[in-house]
Design a protein around this ligand. Structure first.
Ligand code: NAD
Length: 452
């Protein structure tokens, strides 16, 4: 692995023409192999809803490529300004430059998308790329390796397959940038590994993304959006609503709305092809364990109990706040509803915990929206809809604090994967001799003038 990195680092950045050619080829290869990609993911999950894969793995990646191809000419251009007036008529410019070899480490929940989107940004910026897909989704990982070989030479994009040991070695290499997507816990290991070589990092992590519902917002409408966002991919989404905060007297009504909406969206979830499986028995067990020690009266399972690798949509009302269900990221089809006294208490609840990847707010009141936007911190804030902010090419995507550092998507991805090099061009007319020793009286007068 290290030898491969060294060899790639000895080569020049990809030319503009090569980047464009490869991005176009990548789109063609994804379209041509769409069915194979969907089948590999479904095999890895035991079953993944085809339309979910079409939307979240294929469409989003093609959109990212198309957006990049549309704007890349403008992104790569150096931007030039006049220097500050005191240095006039010199010029300054910012020139994007490839960083070198970028590492991409991906998780299993969207195993294709979370390799391809960072790859597109890295290639657009002219980098060579080493990829480490998740070992949990091994069929998808093997397919990614094959597909990359159809588009890139091994010196341009190199795919490393392997387990956690390999992942550790991968993140310990002297890469020129590493974009890691995964859990906050593993993110800490990656940061330690990367620190050895001061490898610049983008950490796309997880955590608990809360939903806050304003007392005047229609519950049927909120439920419709929450159900879509929560049970897409059976809750195995970094952005899935993790828990809901709502005033106590509205819990019963919300529970009804959510139950009805789930029943409408996923009739008989265990025999419903629209409802995806839990990725493996270990995660199935982890999720079942999350319900331990919660009184049965507080647990509302919708549909028949889960079979095989399916886990029924489950609502949990007011679990103890010190229970693991409220302390760790759920990452599955279980959704706690937590009561709070009012909106201010809800905001306080959020602010007392780790900064989330996304905060969902359901409200039509501009004052409330402004208050939540200004008094909370999260990677993103989504108002009155779940998940779709991920698909906005003009919105940087990333967390803050425990949910990550740095961001990508669209132009922001290009910037993240580039070194934005500052260049100063001294003009022939140069007043700088006026501000250097020996400081004669005329120079002192000039400096006083500058300091007015
Ligand atoms: P994970 O952290 O277990 O694994 C991610 C990657 O890290 C994999 O490539 C794996 O090989 C590697 N890895 C695992 N253990 C390691 C170790 N001990 N040392 C070094 N490398 C190791 O995450 P996961 O279970 O695959 O994915 C779920 C997590 O990812 C959730 O927390 C979710 O919120 C987060 N996630 C975040 C985003 C985002 O964009 N912010 C997107 C998807 C998932």
């Amino acid at each position: 692995m290290n030898k491969q990195l060294k060899s790639m680092q000895s080569l020049p950045p990809l030319s503009f023409a090569t980047r464009v050619k490869h991005l176009k080829q990548l789109a063609v290869v994804i379209k041509k192999n769409q069915d194979k990609i969907i089948a590999a993911i479904s095999q890895d999950f035991s079953h993944r809803c085809t339309e979910e894969s079409l939307l979240a793995e294929i469409m989003v990646c093609l959109d990212e490529i198309n957006h990049t191809l549309k704007h890349i000419k403008q992104w790569v251009r150096a931007k030039t300004w006049h220097a500050d007036w005191k240095f006039y008529p010199s010029k300054c410019s910012v020139t994007p430059q490839a960083k070198g070899v970028v590492g991409v480490m991906a998780p299993w929940n969207y195993p294709f998308n979370l390799v391809i989107e960072p790859l597109v940004a890295a290639i657009a910026a002219g980098n060579r790329v080493m990829i480490k897909p998740s070992e949990v989704t091994e069929h998808t990982a093997a397919l990614i390796k094959d597909l990359m070989a159809e588009v890139f030479s091994p010196d341009e994009v190199y795919v490393v397959l392997g387990d956690v040991g390999v992942a550790n070695q991968f993140s310990s290499m002297p890469l020129d940038h590493l974009l890691f997507t995964g859990s906050s816990e593993v993110g800490k290991i990656i940061m330690r590994n990367a620190s050895e070589h001061l490898t610049p990092l983008t950490l796309e992590l997880g955590g608990k993304s809360p939903v806050l519902i304003d007392n005047n917002y229609a519950l049927e409408k909120a439920a419709k959006s929450i159900v879509k966002g929560k049970w897409f991919n059976a809750g195995q989404t970094c952005l899935a609503p993790d828990y809901i905060l709502i005033e106590k007297d509205r819990i019963a009504a919300l529970l009804d709305c959510l139950k009805q909406e789930v029943a409408k969206t996923y009739p008989d979830p265990n025999n419903n092809l629209d409802y995806s499986c839990i990725v493996n028995p270990q995660h199935q067990q982890r999720l079942q364990d999350l319900l331990k020690d919660i009184p049965a009266a507080n647990i509302h399972t919708i549909g028949t109990p889960g079979q095989g690798q399916k886990l029924s949509p489950t609502l949990v009302v007011d679990p103890p706040l010190t229970h693991p269900i409220m302390e760790s990221e759920i990452f599955g089809p279980i959704l706690p509803i937590v009561s709070c006294d009012d909106l201010a208490a809800g905001i306080q609840f959020i602010n007392q915990r780790d900064k989330p990847l996304t905060l969902y707010l359901f409200s039509n009141d501009h004052k409330i929206i402004q208050t939540v936007r200004e008094t909370t911190q999260s990677g993103s804030l989504a108002v009155n809809e779940t998940l779709v902010h991920f698909a906005q090419r003009n919105l940087p995507f990333g967390g803050i604090g425990n949910s990550g550092m740095g961001s990508y998507h669209g132009y922001q991805g290009f910037v993240t994967m580039s070194h934005m090099k500052s260049v100063y061009y001294q003009s022939k007319i140069n007043f700088n001799d006026m501000v250097r020793a020996p400081f004669t009286s005329i120079k002192r007068t000039f400096i006083s003038f500058l300091n007015r």
